[in-house]
Write a protein that binds this ligand. Structure first.
Ligand code: MTE
Length: 310
C-alpha cells in the first residue's frame, strides 16, 4: 500500500517488460481464472509493475481510500446493482486478449490491443471519485491520458463528441441478462472534455493492475464529473457528431444529464449534492464545485448555465 505523501516509484525494467508484453500479446498473461473475490491476476500485475507509472500533474493530495474499500464497494450494473457483489461476480469476465476500437468520424479507424497500451509510459493520478449517490473515494489510478490515444487518429471536422461503449457479454455479466439498463453501457463527452488533460484511461490502481470489479482491463476516469460518467471495461471509442444518448440519460432523463459535472448547488431529484461521505469515514464533508478540479476544467463551461446541466 502506498502512503499519501510518497511520490510513486518508477517501475522500469524494459527487458522483463518486453518478455511479458510478448506473453500478453499471445493472450497468456491476463487473468483467465481469477480465483477469489478481489484477487488480482498475478501475471497482469507483474506486467503492470514492469512499467513506468509516475505523477505528471500536481494534484490535490489527500488521504487515500484504503485499497480494500475501493475493490469491495463498487457500482457495476452489468453484474449487479449491489455494491458488494461485483467483487465476486466480475471475476467471471475474461479480460484476456482485449482490444478497443477507435473509429466513427475519423479518416482511418484504429484497433488497439491492451498489451501495446501497457508499453507506454503510464501516469499516476490521484483523483477523487464522487458518486451522485453522495459517497466518494480518493483513488490512486495509473493510466494513459485519453488525449494521447485520441490524437492517434485524424478526426474529421464534423466530430463534436466522443461516445464510449462498454462490453456486452451476458454469459459472463449476469446483470446483463436483465433489462435493468439498456446494454451495453454507453457514455459520452464533448470533444474538449475528452481532450482535457485530466481525462484518463485507467489500467491500474494502487500500483496494481485494475481489478475486474473496478473496470479491468481499462476504464475511463473523469474526476470532475459524477462517477457514472467513468465507464468501465471499454470496447469502443467513437468520434461522433450528435451528443450521445448515454445509458443513464436513457434510463431516467429527469435524473441524469449528459454533462453531470459535480455541482453542489444543483440537487439531484433523490440526493442533495451539497455534502458527501468518504467511504470508510463517518463525518460528512462539503462537496466542491467540479469535485475540486475547477482550475483545470471551468474554462470549458464559460457562458454555459451550469444549473441547467446536471
Ligand atoms: N461502468 C459500467 N460499465 N457499468 C456501471 O455500472 N457504474 C458507474 C461507473 N462506471 C458503471 C460504470 C458508477 S455509477 C460509478 S459511481 C463508478 O463506475 C464506480 O466506480 P468504482 O466501482 O470503481 O468505484
Amino acid at each position: 500500500m502506498q502512503d499519501t505523501t510518497t511520490p510513486h516509484g518508477l517501475y522500469v525494467n524494459r527487458r522483463r517488460f518486453f518478455q511479458l508484453s510478448a506473453a500478453l500479446t499471445a493472450g497468456t498473461a491476463f487473468g483467465l481464472d481469477s480465483p477469489a473475490a478481489g484477487a488480482l491476476d498475478e501475471k497482469y500485475l507483474e506486467a503492470l509493475e514492469a512499467l513506468e507509472c509516475a505523477p505528471d500533474l500536481t494534484l490535490p493530495q489527500e488521504t487515500l481510500t484504503p485499497f480494500k474499500n475501493i475493490v469491495r464497494y463498487n457500482n457495476y450494473y452489468e453484474f449487479s446493482p449491489d455494491k458488494k457483489a461485483p467483487a465476486i461476480l466480475a471475476q467471471a469476465l475474461d479480460t484476456s486478449d482485449w482490444h478497443i476500437d477507435i473509429g466513427g468520424l475519423v479518416k482511418q479507424p484504429l484497433r488497439l490491443s491492451v498489451a501495446p497500451l501497457l508499453a507506454r509510459a503510464l501516469v499516476h493520478r490521484q483523483y477523487r471519485l464522487r458518486c451522485v449517490e453522495g459517497w466518494s473515494m480518493v483513488i490512486p489510478w495509473c493510466g494513459i491520458p485519453l488525449h494521447t490515444i485520441l490524437s492517434q487518429v485524424d478526426a474529421t471536422p464534423e466530430a463534436r463528441y466522443i461516445k464510449f461503449t462498454g462490453t456486452y457479454e451476458p454469459e459472463a455479466m449476469i446483470g446483463q441478462r436483465r433489462n435493468a439498463l439498456d446494454w451495453p453501457y454507453i457514455e459520452g463527452l464533448r470533444l474538449d472534455e475528452a481532450r482535457n488533460p485530466l481525462t484518463l484511461l485507467a489500467l491500474g490502481l494502487y500500483d496494481k493492475a485494475l481489478t475486474k470489479q473496478n473496470g479491468a482491463p481499462l476504464r475511463l476516469v473523469v474526476p470532475w464529473k459524477y462517477g457514472f460518467k467513468s465507464i468501465k471495461a471499454i470496447k469502443k471509442i467513437e468520434f461522433v457528431h450528435e451528443q450521445p444518448v448515454t445509458t443513464w440519460m436513457k434510463k431516467a432523463p429527469a435524473e441524469y444529464g449528459f454533462y453531470a459535472n459535480v455541482n453542489p448547488s444543483v440537487p439531484h431529484p433523490r440526493w442533495s449534492q451539497r455534502r458527501e461521505v468518504r467511504i470508510g469515514e463517518v463525518k460528512k464533508r462539503r462537496t466542491e464545485m467540479f469535485n475540486g478540479y475547477a482550475q483545470y476544467v471551468e474554462h470549458m463551461y464559460e457562458g454555459m448555465s451550469l444549473s441547467d446541466h446536471f
